[in-house]
Design a protein around this ligand. Structure first.
Ligand code: F0G
Length: 412
């Protein structure tokens, strides 16, 4: 298996063998990146007839670090729709606006792309108990894939800050759930310590294999669009996904499938925006937020582990990092739902929230192609939607009464 070369530390450059089970650098504790021999990848792609496989994560098997494909744990992830949004585009003044609808994944978020690869690797390593800290979606996804693989699952969640749908998912799939009195950042510190024990295997986005699965969304965007977008706008929490897309786009260049690259825009919630602050200062270091708050609980994170990769993606692509308020997020969520029939959770509406502002100030040209990543389904967080929804009208089982109500309703 010579197309996968090593796991390289992004801080000190130390190379680990591809059988390495540790998710961080053995020498300095830095994050690891999977390194490929792209000539070997191209050779295998030419032989395999990969183009005949259906759209989805495993279409791109030659670009994934799985060594024992017979262990594959899958629920049919990826292959989500890239939805052209004409009505919303018109409203915003954009000709070519698309939404990558990641809520269409098996558990309703992009996390499934990472978990199918990460949990398959866990089986390769012989792990028995899979663990993560989560703002909700990672937990829901890991719980489902653990169930599918027949492995135990433990999730640590910030108490009182996880949307209802995600909690229900983690619970029904049989995960042990611990609500930690603290935020996501503290929960992650705790699971990282637990993961030092050999019986536990960590599946947060510190895990290099998660990002390998997630990068396939970039390949799909390219194939669905028939080219590179000018802009890719994406929510940022722990900052893994923006890093994964950037790797995916660059790899398309490296295997000779495409030229050019999109500009990456990372969007955070104002109350949890350390990467935006670093970008505004034009520094390459973040200052963690000690206190975080936003109703977009998925991205309520003050100390994103993948900050270095995310800033690199933004700087390298001549991109942007922007923060949006909770009010802007809710407005964007409603706009996408009412103009295009796409229901996304609050965090996933942040790219649209940014666009509303960007089109006002001319940051993006009306003729440019824009892809917004809608990371999670709206049903994940019914409470956030209900908070801004008008109450249903109520009537007796009586047509006259209903008609009277309708007369008033249509007038509004
Ligand atoms: N959107 C949604 C719906 C998410 O659940 C997350 C992250 C993000 C965006 C941000 O992605 O962390 O790669 O920058 N959720 C994680 C979780 C943290 O635990 O479910 P990121």
């Amino acid at each position: 298996m010579d197309r996968v070369l090593s796991l390289r530390c992004i801080d000190c450059g130390f190379e680990h063998g591809i059988q390495e089970r540790s998710v961080t650098c053995r020498r300095c504790g830095g994050l690891l990146d999977v390194v490929y021999d792209y000539d070997a990848v191209v050779d295998e792609m030419e032989r395999s007839g990969w183009e005949r496989r259906p759209l989805g994560v495993w279409r791109y098997e030659e670009l994934l670090p799985v060594l024992r494909p017979e262990l594959k744990v899958t629920l049919g992830e990826g292959g989500t729709r890239l939805v052209r949004c004409r009505r919303l585009g018109e409203e915003l003044g954009l000709r070519d606006l698309y939404v990558k609808h990641e809520g269409g994944n098996p558990t309703g978020s992009f996390k499934d792309r990472g978990m199918t690869v990460g949990v398959t690797k866990a089986l390769e390593f012989g792990a028995k108990t899979l663990i993560c800290a989560s703002t909700g979606n990672t937990a829901a996804s890991l719980a489902a894939y653990s169930a599918r693989a027949g492995l135990r699952c433990l999730v640590l969640l910030p108490k009182g800050k996880v949307a209802l749908g995600k909690l229900a998912q983690a619970s029904i799939h049989g995960a042990v759930i611990i609500a930690v009195r603290g935020g996501f950042d503290e929960a992650l510190d705790l699971v990282r310590r637990l993961a030092e024990r050999p019986e536990y295997y960590l599946l947060n986005s510190i895990n290099p294999y998660r990002l390998e699965g997630q990068k396939t969304a970039a390949y799909e965007v390219y194939e669905q669009l028939g080219g590179m977008p000018d802009w890719l706008i994406i929510p940022v929490g722990n900052a893994g996904n923006i890093s994964a897309y950037w790797k995916g786009f660059r790899e398309l260049n490296l295997v000779g499938m495409s030229e050019g690259l999109p500009r990456m825009v990372g969007v955070q919630a104002e109350g949890a925006s350390p990467i935006v602050e670093a970008f505004k200062r034009r520094t390459s270091e973040i200052e963690p937020f000690r206190r975080v708050e936003t109703l977009a609980t998925a991205i309520r994170i003050g100390r994103p582990v993948n900050w270095k990769r995310a800033l690199n993606a933004i700087y390298e692509s001549r991109g942007l990092a922007e923060a949006v308020s909770d009010e802007e997020i809710l407005k964007a969520q409603r706009l996408l739902a009412s103009k295009e029939g796409l229901f996304v959770e609050p965090a996933s509406a942040t790219p649209i929230a940014y666009l509303v502002r960007a089109m006002g100030d001319g940051a993006i040209d009306r003729d440019e192609t824009v892809v917004c990543v809608a990371t999670g389904h709206g049903l994940k967080d019914p409470e956030a939607a209900m908070r801004q929804a008008p109450k249903p009208l109520e009537a007796g089982a009586d047509l006259m009464e209903i008609e009277r109500l309708l007369n008033r309703a249509w007038k509004r």
